[in-house]
Write a new protein. Structure first.
Length: 236
């Protein structure tokens, strides 16, 4: 079984739709109505997750029968906040950390002991390694995920549990709708990238499938950038 957290978002939905073709899946999210509809369509189970009122990880894991082998976990829970630090409230900063970094801790802490010989994937961002104006909160959260991934990869290597991150640039998704709300905004975002396009789920899915498969059995503790070259390439 594969666990997809944040499964009702654009990326999570695409991953769930792909994995259910060949494997059992379990959905995790915070919108009960959307989860029920999605779980019915995909004929799978789901669990509600309230990051404001979480139970202990050892209790949360009981939502999935202990006899079921968990092959992998993909955490698509995330958020975007673009504000300068002086304009970011304490509540906003805490919410970004909780949504992105705390969710990653909570899910891996809950299921790591049940994923021997498995694979866990978390989502970082190009903003974790490249300084981008007004990205302070999300940069802090995503850089935390990358450090968390490296350490967890070391901790669980003895169990052959691989832990990796994918770091996209801006993508067409429900989270980026406001940022990409006009044609001019789309063109500006495209032109930031050496390969001039906005990312989409089709850029991400092959990497997710590879990291979950045995083809990547010697890959752990890595952050794989899928960002059109923004993190490392300078255009002419």
């Amino acid at each position: 079984m594969y666990i997809i957290a944040g499964s009702t978002g654009t990326t999570g939905s695409a991953i769930a739709d792909e994995l259910v073709k060949t494997s059992d899946i379990h959905l995790i999210g915070r919108n009960e109505e959307k989860l029920r509809i999605q779980a019915k369509e995909l004929n799978c189970g789901f669990t509600l997750l309230d990051l404001n009122a979480t139970v202990e990880p050892r209790l949360f894991t009981e939502n999935i029968n202990s006899e079921i082998e968990i092959k992998g976990l993909v955490n698509c829970i995330g958020s975007i906040l673009l504000k300068p630090l002086h304009g970011t409230s304490t509540d906003e900063f805490n919410d970004v950390i909780k949504t992105n970094l705390f969710s990653s801790y909570y899910l891996l802490a809950s299921f790591s002991r049940r994923m021997k010989n498995g694979s866990s994937i978390f989502f970082s961002s190009v903003a974790a390694t490249k300084g981008l104006a007004n990205h302070e909160a999300i940069s802090a959260a995503k850089a935390g995920i990358e450090g968390f991934v490296r350490s967890a990869a070391s901790t669980y290597a003895k169990d052959n549990l691989r832990v990796n991150a994918i770091a996209p640039s801006i993508m067409q998704s429900n989270m980026s709708e406001k940022i990409l709300s006009t044609e001019s905004a789309i063109e500006i975002s495209k032109n930031m990238h050496p390969i001039s396009k906005i990312g989409d789920v089709n850029d991400i899915l092959p990497v997710v499938k590879w990291l979950l498969s045995d083809d990547s059995k010697w890959v752990t503790g890595q952050t794989i950038h899928v960002d059109g070259g923004l993190s490392t390439v300078k255009t002419r």
